[in-house]
Design a protein around this ligand. Structure first.
Ligand code: FAD
Length: 451
């Protein structure tokens, strides 16, 4: 089977699109969810255009060989993890980019990094807002397939809010174009949204038409510290009840300490938690955010109009995951709860950490109620790993108990499959499987993942 499919790929694709070199393939087996054990692909395909993606899918269907779509491999839930005996299809060479300043949109290939789309838009005085912390290293295709969020999403929305159109290759190699260049379009079912967040299980996104906004307004930055993490959680509800900040991020004491170890910024190691917020520059917004934090019990709150200082603080927040990863193996939660339940979630995470003697630094897009408790353990210590696994499950149970979700932006992947049904229920799982069956009857797209 492996030889036959490789022969067919070699006959159907240009030589530079196909690799079977194990050393090269090794670099494409994992994503950033270090806990998911990958299989070994039979081949790596790096198509240069949509037609080559179609050829690959036709061959895969004919041979019954699975295909794992892959962007930049920065996913945190195991979605792009290689499957044994499958073809891994990397979108890295699908990099077309056209900006239409009049219609304020971008037509892009999935292989572009998020940062490259932002830069292309900025060259025309425009802005593509979705900003995962990984924006410099993750692909737009991966963002679309996970419906990525980020720091400014509290005010400006997530990836799906910017999708006008998609080009998708289905499992049998057929091509569909969904939506288009118009701002308003209600013709037929809104199928493009079905593919946004489908994590490579329904089709391969080979192009996207993305909405742009006028250039981002300048921002002021608010720093507020709190004695306890739940106090910071209470302040979040107060802030978003008054203003809609452009960002509202939380780091607890352990997360601040982890970042300070790598990039010292003079932050007080004794604080219980830190809120970082941004409000429109020169407006009263930031002062109101700072006041709301003080009224909610902040031990310190200040506004900075210095863009460099603001960017340094936000960069520190974006570095939190890699900094905590220096402490051990990390299972990254991505839970979300309604904003009023944030303090309870943070208290429960602290209790879980204590009960299982497992370090769980917490960071999060607090304004969205979306948190990343970072369940950290020594990989050499089997007992610690087992305790961490239980703690990981309990954090997701706590989020569900509080009316929340097991994943706000990273996707289900392989890491949260067991908890998905607990969240959505058997009827929704059955409906999802019927949709999968209709689009991918042989089940060759990203098998073994959540759907
Ligand atoms: C330090 C760090 C910080 C992060 N911060 C954030 C954050 O703030 N917000 C956030 O949302 N995420 C964040 N992430 C997670 C990750 O960067 C995002 O999920 C990102 O969208 C993944 O993009 P990627 O190109 O790396 O996709 P990959 O990891 O390669 O793939 C992710 C999923 O998408 C599928 N896929 C990829 N491309 C396609 C395609 N063209 N068609 C169909 N399916 C496809 C894959 O099969 C897989 O299921 C962070 C990651 C890191 C390492």
């Amino acid at each position: 089977m492996a030889v036959a499919v490789i022969d067919a790929l070699a006959a159907g694709l240009p030589a530079d699109a196909l690799t079977t070199d194990p050393d090269v393939i090794e670099g494409y087996r994992r994503d950033r969810a270090m806990t998911a054990e990958p299989g070994t692909p039979v081949a790596l395909v790096r198509p240069a255009d949509t037609a080559q993606v179609q050829t690959t899918m036709r061959i895969a269907t004919a041979h019954g060989v699975p295909v794992v779509p892959r962007g930049a491999g920065t996913g945190l839930s195991g979605g792009a993890t290689a499957v044994e005996g499958a073809i891994t299809l990397s979108t890295e060479r699908l990099r077309h980019c056209e900006i239409d300043p009049t219609s304020m949109l971008a037509v892009v290939g999935p292989g572009l990094f998020n940062a490259e789309v932002k830069a292309a838009a900025a060259a025309h005085g425009l802005w593509y807002p979705p900003d995962p912390s990984s924006f410099e290293i993750c692909s737009i295709g991966g963002n679309l397939a996970t419906n990525a969020g980020g720091l400014c999403c509290v005010k400006y929305g997530v990836t799906t809010d910017y999708v006008l159109g998609l080009e998708v290759v289905l499992a049998d190699g057929s091509l569909v174009r969904l939506g288009g260049r118009t701002i308003k379009d209600v013709a037929g079912l809104d199928l493009k949204r079905l593919f946004v967040g489908s994590e490579g299980t329904l089709g391969i996104i080979t192009g996207a038409t993305l909405r742009l906004r006028p250039a981002a307004p300048a921002v002021d930055t608010v720093v507020a510290t709190f004695a306890g993490v739940a106090d910071a959680g209470r302040a979040v509800a107060r802030v978003v009840g008054e203003v809609r900040p452009s960002a509202l991020e939380l780091m607890d004491r352990a997360a601040v300490a982890a970042v300070e170890r790598v990039r010292p910024m003079g932050l007080d190691a004794d604080i219980g938690a830190l809120l970082l917020a941004q409000g429109e520059g020169g407006s009263a917004e930031s002062a109101r955010i700072a006041t709301a934090c003080e009224e909610a019990g902040a031990t310190y709150a200040a506004v900075s109009a210095d863009p460099e200082q603001g960017e340094m603080l936000m960069a520190a927040r974006r570095m939190a995951i890699p900094c905590v990863e220096r402490l051990g193996t990390v299972m990254i939660e991505d839970v979300g709860v309604p904003v009023p339940r944030i303090p309870e979630l943070l208290e429960r995470v602290a209790g879980i950490s204590e009960r299982h003697t497992t370090a769980i630094p917490v960071i999060g897009h607090a304004g969205d109620g979306n948190f990343h408790p970072l369940v950290t353990f020594d990989p050499q210590d089997a007992e610690a790993a087992a305790r961490a696994r239980v703690a990981f499950d309990e954090v997701m149970d706590a989020a569900l108990d509080l009316g929340g979700t097991v994943t706000g932006e990273h996707g289900v992947g392989t890491l949260k499959t067991r908890h998905l049904e607990a969240q959505v229920g058997p009827e929704v799982m059955a409906l999802s499987r019927r949709i999968k069956q209709a689009l991918d009857p042989d089940g060759i797209l990203n098998p073994g993942k959540w759907l």
